[in-house]
Design a protein around this ligand. Sequence first.
Ligand code: PDD
Length: 283
Amino acid sequence: MIYLNGSFMPRDEARVSVMDRGFLFGDGVYEVIPVYSRRPFRLAEHLRRLQHSLDGIRLRNPHSEAQWGELIARIIAAAPEEDQSIYLQVTRGADSKRDHAFPLRVEPTVFIMSSPLFTPPARQREEGIATISSADYRWLRCDLKTTSLLANCLLRQMAIDAGCVETILFRDGFLTEGAASNIFVVNDGVLLAPPKNHLMLPGITYDVVLELATLHGLPCQVRDIPEAEVRHADELWLTSSTREVQPITLLDGKPIGDGRPGPLFARMYGWYQEFKATVMRAG
Ligand code: PDD
């Protein structure tokens, strides 16, 4: 069952107009929220980021936080899996003509669906994942989670074509993020993260990792990270809502550190699982 514009229905019955601006212009925003044991993880934070994205594209939020919570709860309840990934998107809606300028008096299109949560295979945690790099040629509002993802799709496909999992992006000689993930660097026992700004998505998992590092006394620095520091890192990690924390052991065919997942990754992975279990128990 999915939610579309006020109704719950089977996904195969859902219909959206070809005039929808999400279809014509990629004019919309979205969120991906992991659900563990039928409980959405960091829901308030995801809804706060949704508001930031809506504000950034000048689209009114069609629902209050409580309404979003109720709609999402109904979608979770109707899905068969305990662990899910909730996808929601809001577009600027369907106008009667195609015009770049915003339409007047058009209702947004609101869509919510659940999918089984894709958990990365254990082998990727044990051996690490391979990545490639690319220039970050996206626009200058990467802090907005918009459905205009063509650049991200091309960049992710580059990795797949090279037999890798993710593409790490550099802009003007500095690390930004991955095609669909945030990237962390470990050097000399210090966890480094690029600062949240218009050049990267403020990841919800990124925040969790920095909070856990602080909580457990792992030294962290949030600052610009030159490309050379990434290439010569002791450890590299990838984070996202669906992948949680993963070790990167190969970048452009060269090993990171000794080519094995590092000791700080193992600790962070443990902290992350422990934290998840605690919040899920607390409800
Ligand atoms: N993507 N950066 C980009 C460009 C992303 O697309 C994502 C997540 C992240 C990580 O953010 P978070 O920790 O909040 O998931 C960073 C989602 C999973 C997606 O597009 O499917």
